[in-house]
Design a protein around this ligand. Structure first.
Ligand code: GAF
Length: 399
């Protein structure tokens, strides 16, 4: 490939620039040298799990791992896209009422249709995309994909007029209407609003959010990917949401955020045990997020970690979204003196998030992989957390 000239603010980490140069090469060989490059990150969540669709609080941050896309308008009414990591090529007509069936194209089609419903006159384009957000690890690779394309299409065809929260909602609507996952707003919010070095507390009822600089002196965040593939499509994720909605309806409130402990206890006889336990977890999680905010104001990371373990207990026994591999990783963390550990994200596999004191880090990371392998016969993956920026244009190419 003739090396494309870089026109504007290219700031990316070395590891991503490797895959970026591969993406540029592929784009160039398929479509030529004029294009724009956009990127959007995956996310972690310190605490506040399954609270977003219950109107509660979440505490996410964007990560350095991201999905990057190279695009150019093609002057037609069709989208041609190549998912480089998956080696999947596909096309669809923007006005096709049904859209493509392949999962990777459904995300793009959903974003395109939602942008159009918001008044953005999206035209045809060619794209190559890929990235380093591990798939099925609970780090929101799908939200990163949606946010990457929403940001790009908003610039290319909408003059940047939709704000970041609207773009996040477009990603969420894509999941609801085109993929079938009734997710909350956390993942797309984090991917759109991430800021280097900061976590964010979002009130999912009001939409208000606040940045919390994250510099936990003497501690590190580490993800451990169980490599059990977490898959929310067709998973019992939607059933969890339905349980919460049933309880909220019986309590006469819009979401469980507005249901008190007292109300829940009063309803107990009218609820089946499963719905009761789901709601009990959600109410407890709201309390835990607030406890973590207070602990952070006092730099009390041991308390933050304690709340993380409590969250895991709730997710394991009441919300029932954990699995043997993840429980093993959390138990091992506790055994190694890790301050806090829990399953992260939607559940059913994926990663644990661990708050590790510096003096425990080596023991934990040196013993865990072999113990995991001898128990389950598969390798786990250690992923140190770097809090990075949100969705953005990273460069323009020119002929
Ligand atoms: C998934 C969903 F996409 C989020 O909206 C959120 O509900 C999360 O699971 C659980 O906290 O990532």
């Amino acid at each position: 490939m003739r090396q494309a000239a870089i026109k504007s603010n290219y700031q990316h980490s070395i590891s991503i620039s490797m895959s970026l140069s591969q993406l540029l090469n592929i784009f160039s060989s398929r479509y030529g040298d004029d294009g724009v490059v956009y990127s959007a990150p995956g996310r972690i969540n310190l605490i506040g799990e399954h609270t977003d669709y219950n109107g509660g609080f979440v505490f996410p941050g964007a990560v350095a791992q991201s999905i990057t896309a190279v695009l150019r308008p093609n002057g037609t009414t069709s989208v041609n896209a190549y998912a480089a990591d998956l080696d999947l090529q596909g096309s669809f007509a923007i006005d096709d009422p049904d859209g493509p069936q392949q999962t990777h194209l459904r995300y793009l089609y959903g974003v395109v249709r939602e942008m159009k419903d918001h008044g953005v006159a999206v035209q045809g384009f060619d794209a190559v995309y890929g990235g380093d957000v591990p798939l099925g690890a609970g780090m929101s690779s799908s939200a990163a994909l949606e946010c990457c394309f929403a940001t790009a299409l908003n610039d290319l065809f909408g003059n940047g007029r939709l704000d970041r929260m609207t773009l996040a909602r477009i990603g969420q609507a894509t999941e609801h209407k085109y993929v079938g996952v009734k997710c909350g707003i956390m993942d797309q919010f984090a991917s759109m609003h991430g800021r280097e070095g900061s976590l964010m507390r979002l009130d999912c009822r009001s939409g208000e959010y606040e940045y919390f600089p994250w510099h936990p002196d003497g501690y590190r965040l580490l993800l451990v990917n169980s490599c059990v593939r977490h898959e929310l499509v067709g998973s019992p994720y939607n059933e969890r949401r339905q349980s919460c909605e049933r309880v909220a309806q019986l309590a006469g409130v819009e979401t469980l955020r507005d249901c008190s402990w007292q109300q829940l206890e009063q309803l107990r006889d009218r609820l089946d045990d499963t719905d009761y336990r789901r709601a009990r977890y959600v109410l407890g999680e709201t309390d835990r997020v607030l406890a973590v905010c207070q602990a952070l104001q006092q730099d009390d990371y041991e308390e933050v970690g304690r709340q993380m373990y409590l969250t895991h207990e709730g997710l394991r026994h009441d919300y029932e979204v954990s699995c043997d591999e993840i429980d093993f990783l959390v138990d091992e963390a506790r055994r190694c003196g890790v301050s806090g550990s829990r399953i992260m994200g939607g559940g059913f596999g994926g990663c644990t998030i661990n708050l590790v004191r510096d003096d425990r880090y080596d023991t934990f990371t040196e013993t865990l992989p072999s113990r995991y392998k001898s128990r389950f016969g598969v390798d786990c993956q250690l992923i140190p957390v770097v809090i990075g920026p949100g969705a953005r244009r990273i460069m323009d190419l020119e002929q």
